[in-house]
Design a protein around this ligand. Structure first.
Ligand code: GLC
Length: 746
């Protein structure tokens, strides 16, 4: 339809001078009649003012367009999305990962009536092209600034490619290693979850990406550890354990929250008004926007809470989901839902405000479009690789080192076994948007390069491919072991079996890996087991026969080099377990912070807490990890033995490096409330500090913990700190024994 600003073909044939005069007149007229587009608006206008000015100009379809997020889909032709974008029917896109695609789509947005820029999202959970360690490994560093750094570097790389939004960090707490996505979060502890979620939000945003706290809420506790299954969480536990990491991310400035695919206590997260509106907005004051997980609005029908797409769209929006990822039910049904009055227009407007507020806040209206002709020097640069290596080194947890066999030294003959050591794929991990396996030098290359410096040799005999389905190569591997001084076996979870939709009923090594490991041990040669895994592995009795055990998680593009740094002692291991490591899957869930039983284990009394067929204790406790040295804890002092509820607990403890190697120790502080109105955890992590100590060096470490941290939530979500007696423990893991008492007073 021709509007006042359009010059008709007939007019074109008149003289040039007259035409210019008319064009000028039309432009002046437009500037007077049409309010200035927000991007032209006076920069002094407030952000909310710009939002309101733009909102006032939008049609209902354009408003709903801002609430519609769609993914790149085969045949992966960005031009196919242009008509919807020009028509104002899309507010965001995901999985467009190349600068060329982004440029085409940005140009289409510029041609739309209002020129509202697009969100370009992707799963940059632990990297874009340069892959950093998967988040659970980063949590093992007990070094939040390290995770912040990794997130910022990943964001810088992705921003260079035109992306502006990551579906990260994963703020899910998980106590169940059967659940494949435990690796995407920060483990079982709420405090660790808070500090790492905050660090990651800060890092991604510093690197130029808006963030998404996912998956709100309780997605990490599916029944049976089965991804996508329902979650059943006691309300007080939900408030005490599962929600705090999300709140920390919101306080750090996250632009968005993603509603989970799961249901919590019978209510799907995507229609959970109590969570999405009651908690997020009314209690926490969150002003960002909520995006659904992939097709979660459509799946409300599978959950049995919507009879059709219209009801699903209506219920999700009214509950507090602002943006619909991939189902397009908002686009299809909300216009009629609004016109019929079933959805008030003000609800749509509020959702659009949240999205526009994020876009203005991200500076998208001012940010220049990507130039697809320039390839960013950042992407997979040497700087990026060195950053990935530095981070990976501090994620690897040393769990056994019998006879101080590690670090390797001297002209040893090393037999390297395990197919995972021969390919970069099993170092990287999913949800790194542009991962390419060939970017990651295999472990075998990194170990060989480093071994040569010591005159050592590495003979590589895989024994079996990563999945280890056949024992055909076992003989060659065993012969290599017999000819060697030491065996390094790299086993674990191959790439295809980890992350989303990768729940396991067993935690044992896959395929014939256990057989291979057993036979390697039976050669009598010392075996160092390196695990490339995303969760604790059920090792069985062989674990006691291993000379060394190193949990390397999925360490990323430079994981091979980082592993060599650790094994050869160029960098000392300093990571600690962010999850409890069970002996067997039958113990799950098994965490350090459970509440006490009325019948604590008594070996002399069968009618007490126990298994008849398994130990009660984990194989390795939360917070555990070895270094190449030894550290003594002593002289625990409570500077403030009586603390008011609004006060601060001051603690000091002496750490001494009693070994011959420099160490970086993670001093951990746990607190227990002895008597309370409800059973309280045996202990809870409330602070930690990573301390570098040279051989012979001692240091007094002080902790200041607000007494407000010692409270708990009641089932109704109210929070209380009770006066009474508490115990504080400080040590090298959740088994810390050095403890003393203090009192919280009114
Ligand atoms: C997936 C995941 C979510 C991811 C989203 C977009 O279903 O649950 O973590 O961010 O889809 O890829």
């Amino acid at each position: 339809m021709m509007g006042s600003g359009t010059v008709s073909p007939r007019t074109e044939r008149r003289d040039g001078a007259g035409r210019c005069a008319r064009h000028l007149a039309l432009i002046l007229l437009a500037l007077v009649l049409l309010p200035l587009s927000p991007s032209l608006a006076d920069p002094g206008m407030s952000l909310d003012g710009r939002v309101e000015a733009l909102l006032a100009r939008m049609t209902l379809e354009e408003k709903i367009g801002q609430l519609t997020l769609v993914s790149n889909q085969p045949p992966f032709d960005p031009a196919a999305y242009a008509p919807d974008i020009v028509a104002g029917r899309l507010g965001g896109l995901l999985n467009f990962k190349s600068p060329g695609d982004v440029a085409i789509l940005q140009a289409a947005a510029r041609r739309s009536r209002l020129g509202i820029p697009l969100l370009f999202g992707a799963d940059i959970l632990h990297g874009y092209r340069t892959v950093f360690p998967m988040p659970l490994g980063e949590a093992a560093s007990f070094d939040p600034p390290l995770a912040r750094f990794a997130s910022e570097m990943a964001a810088r790389e992705a921003s260079e490619a035109g992306l502006n939004w990551t579906f990260a960090p994963d703020a899910d707490l998980s106590r169940d290693p059967r659940w494949g996505r435990m690796v995407e979060g920060s483990g079982e502890d709420p405090y660790l979850g808070r500090v790492f979620t905050r660090a990651r939000v800060e890092g991604f945003r510093a690197g130029g990406l808006a963030t998404t706290l996912k998956h709100f809420a309780g997605y990490g506790a599916p029944i049976g550890g089965r991804d996508y299954d329902a979650s059943a969480i006691a309300p007080a536990d939900l408030h005490d354990s599962f929600l705090p990491p999300f709140r920390a991310g919101i306080e750090a400035g996250s632009e968005s929250v993603m509603s989970g695919l799961n249901s919590v206590n019978g209510v799907p997260s995507t229609v959970n008004e109590a969570l999405l509106t009651g908690i997020l907005r009314e209690k926490w004051g969150f002003r960002g926007f909520v995006v659904s997980d992939w097709a979660a609005v459509l799946e409300l029908q599978q959950h049995g809470v919507a009879a059709d797409g219209a009801e699903a769209a209506r219920k999700a929006l009214l509950a507090g989901v602002d943006m619909d990822m991939e189902s397009r039910l908002y686009e299809r049904h909300l216009p009629e839902e609004v016109r019929s009055g079933r959805v008030p227009l003000r609800i749509v407007d509020e959702a659009v405000r949240r999205v526009l507020r994020a876009k203005f806040g991200m500076g998208l209206f001012e940010r220049p479009d990507i130039d697809p002709t320039t390839r960013s020097p950042e992407i997979l640069s040497e700087t990026m690789r060195q950053a990935a290596r530095a981070v990976a080194r501090d994620t690897m947890v040393l769990l056994r080192n019998e006879g101080a066999l590690l670090p390797l030294a001297g002209p040893k003959r090393i037999a390297l076994v395990g197919g995972m050591a021969g390919q970069g794929r099993d170092l990287t991990g999913p949800h790194a948007a542009k991962v390419r396996f060939e970017d990651a030098p295999p472990i075998v290359d990194a170990l060989r390069a480093r071994a040569e410096r010591d005159g050592a040799t590495v003979s590589f005999a895989p024994g079996c491919e990563a999945e280890c389905l056949s024992d055909e190569g076992f003989d060659a591997a065993l012969e290599a072991a017999r000819q060697a001084d030491i065996v390094v076996a790299v086993l674990g979870e191959p790439y295809e079996g980890i992350g989303e939709a990768a729940s396991r009923a067993s935690l044992r090594l896959v395929g014939r890996q256990s057989d291979l490991l057993q036979r390697l041990v039976e050669t009598g040669k010392p075996v160092i087991l390196v695990l490339l895994a995303t969760r604790p592995v059920e090792l069985g009795p062989v674990v006691d026969r291993l000379a060394g055990l190193l949990m390397a998680w999925f360490p990323g593009t430079e994981g091979g080099a980082a592993l060599a740094d650790i094994l050869f002692g160029d960098h000392a291991p300093s990571a600690r377990l962010p999850v409890t490591w069970p002996r067997s899957v039958g113990q799950v869930p098994l965490t350090y912070d459970g509440v006490p039983s009325g019948r604590p284990h008594d070996p002399g009394n069968r009618f007490t807490l126990r298994y008849v067929d398994e130990d009660l204790a984990p194989l390795f406790p939360f917070g555990f990890g070895l270094s190449y040295g030894t550290v003594a804890y002593s002289d625990l002092q409570v500077v403030t033995p009586r603390v008011s509820r609004a006060g601060t607990l001051d603690i000091s403890v002496q750490l001494g490096n009693t070994g011959r190697q420099a160490v970086r120790e993670v001093a951990q502080l746990y607190v227990r409330q002895i008597v309370s109105s409800r059973s309280r955890p045996r202990r809870q992590l409330k602070a930690f500090r990573k301390v570098a100590l040279q051989p012979g060096q001692s240091e007094t470490v002080t902790f200041r913990v607000p007494a407000a941290e010692f409270g708990f939530h009641r089932d109704d979500g109210s929070y209380v700190v009770e006066a009474g007696r508490y115990t504080v423990f400080v040590g090298a893991s959740s088994d810390a024994e050095l403890g003393t008492g203090f009192e919280v007073v009114e």
